[in-house]
Write a protein that binds this ligand. Structure first.
Ligand code: S5P
Length: 469
């Protein structure tokens, strides 16, 4: 085995899967060794040898499935599956946004016992996430096979989570083989060894649910943006997570609804550009109702242009949104310039303002999936104006940001133009903090009764979420 491992290490080095020098990692740290096993799909014989060696690490091969962790380990899992005739399942990187929304592809049943295949472990978090999703489907996971252990605490984290880890190489062994076969000079061998020793401190696995466990009051203290903080506090005081979408086209109807709903809502959300009789007095009236009942006003403008134009759209034109809307929505699609444009639009505004980035949409077939969602979350990191995200599920961890979720009615349903509705309980448990309800209330014959009903159901779901977690 040792000879085979040494040969494999050399081969991996020769094909460029292991490189030495100076590299910057995903999280911005400098590293003298870089391992990227994606390249092995270009070398079928190496892929086969690696897969066979990995599979030989388990004596008792009594597993129901092999489950590859996307993407690098998928071809390895496929080879193991075809060579050993053990069926395969795949855990998706994100749930499908259409159809079944399932996380696991392939055929399986409750009680099945898959083994996980992964290329590299650092903190072990991607295996832990995979295990959680498999367990949610009733599968029983005990073992993971890994090609390289970076020796940064992943093994311990996984063992604490009840997963036995078998690895083909530790990074120290890999390095040793390369040194023995003169692929590394003594100097770089030493440098990399020192680096490995220095970074051996175990990494903690991030708890993606931390935000869901905390109360709004606690989160008010960690919010970077002052409107967000104010919003958390008023939600807590008024015991409401309700954002009412007053999508009326006549000013008076919005004003009447705001007066009726004011004591029970956290946010009144409008689309000012659908109003047919807009004038400045509307803004004054709605502002005074919001002060009287302590709720915030959101203009759901969904800005989406280059920074320069957005700064005009925000502060100029007929509506002068920057002057009165506590909160606005913006699409991340133009890139971070949109946040700068909005900031520019606030040059002469003294009040605090916040932006909700539309990371996911509720409508059927929305293109807001995958990397787009991740980039939207990443974009918020450098802006103190971002109050949170408009999204459908738990896509971020920062407890100081707010998840605003639209597409809500008492029963799961849809409209004829692509809107999709989930229930209040479902959206709160999917991470929703503020919940947007529009026609569920505005089309009701007794609006006040509806407002109170949504408010109560949503608040109870929030209380059960913080208790459950
Ligand atoms: O993805 C989204 C984002 C938003 S802000 N889906 C949405 O429906 N919205 C808004 O929420 C939409 O613009 C509308 O004002 C409200 C939903 O209204 P409803 O009548 O369907 O509840």
């Amino acid at each position: 085995m040792k000879v085979e491992l040494k040969e494999l290490a050399i081969e991996l080095y020769n094909v460029g899967a292991i490189r030495t020098g100076s590299f910057i990692t995903k999280v911005g740290l400098e590293t003298p060794i870089y391992i990227d096993l994606r390249v092995i799909i270009s070398y079928p014989q190496l892929l086969l040898r690696l897969s066979k060696s990995l599979w030989s690490l388990v004596d008792n091969k009594d597993f129901s499935h092999v489950c590859g962790v996307p993407y690098t380990a998928l071809p390895i899992a496929t080879v193991i599956s075809t060579e050993s005739n053990v069926p395969m399942i795949i855990r998706r990187k994100e749930a499908k946004s259409y159809g079944t929304k399932k996380m696991i592809e392939g055929i399986f049943k409750t009680g099945d016992t898959p083994i996980i295949i992964e290329d590299i472990i650092t903190s072990g978090s991607s295996i832990i996430e995979t295990v959680k999703d498999l367990q949610n489907e009733g599968l029983n996971v005990t073992t993971a096979l890994v090609i390289v252990d970076r020796e940064q605490g992943g093994r311990d984290n996984l063992e604490k989570a009840g997963i036995t880890v078998k690895t083909l190489f530790t990074i120290t062994q890999l390095l040793g083989y390369l040194f023995e076969s003169s692929k590394l000079s003594e100097e770089s061998f030493k440098e990399i060894k020192d680096y490995i020793n220095a970074v051996k401190a175990p990494l903690k696995v991030q708890d993606d649910n931390i935000r869901l466990k905390q109360t709004f009051m606690a989160r008010a203290n960690v919010a970077k943006n002052s409107v967000t903080s104010k919003l958390f506090k008023l939600m807590s005081e008024k015991q409401t997570t309700l954002c009412l979408a007053a999508d009326f086209t006549v000013c008076q109807e919005i004003i009447d609804l705001a007066d009726l709903a004011g004591p029970h809502i956290a946010v009144l959300k409008i689309h000012v550009d659908i109003i047919e009789d807009f004038d400045k007095s509307f803004v004054q009236k709605i502002k005074s109702i919001s002060k009287k009942y302590n709720f915030l006003i959101m203009e759901d403008r969904k800005f989406a242009d280059i920074g320069q134009v957005v700064s005009y759209q925000y502060k100029k034109g007929v509506y002068k949104i920057a002057e009165w809307a506590d909160l606005i929505t913006a699409h991340p699609v133009p890139g971070s310039g949109i946040l700068q444009g909005i900031k520019e639009g606030l040059n002469e505004i003294a009040e605090d303002r916040g932006i909700f980035l539309v990371a996911e949409m509720s409508s059927e077939g929305a293109l807001t999936t995958g990397d787009y969602v991740k980039s939207a979350v990443a974009m918020s990191k450098n802006s103190d104006l971002v109050a949170g995200f408009v999204c459908q599920k738990n896509i971020f961890t920062d407890p100081g940001l707010i998840q605003l979720t639209p597409g809500v009615k008492l029963t799961k349903s849809s409209d004829s133009l692509g809107q999709q509705y989930n229930t209040p309980q479902d959206v709160i448990h999917s991470g929703g903090d503020i919940i947007v309800v529009g026609r569920g209330i505005t089309q009701s014959t007794d609006k006040l009764a509806s407002i109170l009903e949504y408010k109560k159901i949503l608040w109870e779901a929030y209380e059960s979420r913080i208790e459950d977690c």
